[in-house]
Design a protein around this ligand. Structure first.
Ligand code: DX5
Ligand code: ZN
Length: 217
């Protein structure tokens, strides 16, 4: 089956994203993944709804925002207005994950919940039937280019068993070997950051990843 690929622009120069974004689109990716960091929930600061709005204006693809921020509830309207189709927030960043997911949906977006490597599946159990997507972090959030943590795949298997139809996205350290392991565990959406810059072109990177999952164009 063709794996759905969500490129992250994190490791590309943020002031010069048009070229990489159009190359991602030409390579046939499914959507764009934006890593929003606030310098609190994770050490780096990246960008906010302003950049999301620009990205939405450049590509003809759905754009999702992965909020690695404290008080994510304060950003829902801004990212909805920016044109994001899905907002993903961390369960560790709120004591009101149930209300947060509802608020994201009420704002007209799909709702995703993310869990860090140190967070068990039990933390999201009560909202599993409410969310459109679960993002299982396969590195600790904050930086691109980190090593994949295979122990996180047990959580992917558990979630897949509990909710056969939910989108399960994995994020961090995805390259040709790890994408296959994540797919076998039950993930069906793959965030890819630094690996996109390893082969000669973004197109080639996407094709290699697809091939690892048994799909040849
Ligand atoms: C990490 C981010 C990821 C990151 C993935 O905190 O959430 O989306 O950009 O980058 P790679 O694929 O390099 O691990
Ligand atoms: Zn991410």
């Amino acid at each position: 089956m063709r794996p759905a690929i969500a490129p992250s622009v994190l490791t590309f120069p943020h002031a010069d994203l048009k070229g990489p974004l159009l190359a991602m689109q030409d390579a046939g990716v499914d959507l764009i993944h934006l890593d929003v960091m606030d310098g609190q929930f994770v050490p780096p600061i990246t960008f906010g709804d302003g950049l999301a709005k620009s990205v939405v204006g450049i590509v003809d693809l759905p754009v999702e925002a992965h909020l690695m921020i404290e008080t994510p509830e304060k950003q829902i309207d801004a990212f909805a207005k920016a044109g994001c189709f899905r907002l993903i927030a961390h369960v560790e960043a709120t004591v009101h994950s149930h209300r947060l997911m509802q608020q994201i949906k009420d704002a007209g977006m799909e709702a995703g919940i993310a869990i860090n490597p140190g967070t068990p599946v039990e933390a999201i159990m009560p909202i599993l039937t409410l969310v459109d997507l679960v993002l299982v972090m396969t590195v600790n959030p904050g930086y691109g280019g980190q090593k994949f943590l295979p122990e996180c795949l047990e959580k992917v298997q558990k979630i897949r068993h509990l909710r056969p139809e939910v989108f399960i996205e994995v994020d961090g350290g995805i390259e040709p070997l790890t994408i296959k392991r994540a797919q076998d565990a039950g993930a069906n959406l793959f965030v890819v950051g630094s690996y996109l810059q390893k082969p000669a072109s973004i197109q080639e990177a996407v094709e290699v990843l697809e091939k690892s999952c048994g799909y040849v164009r």
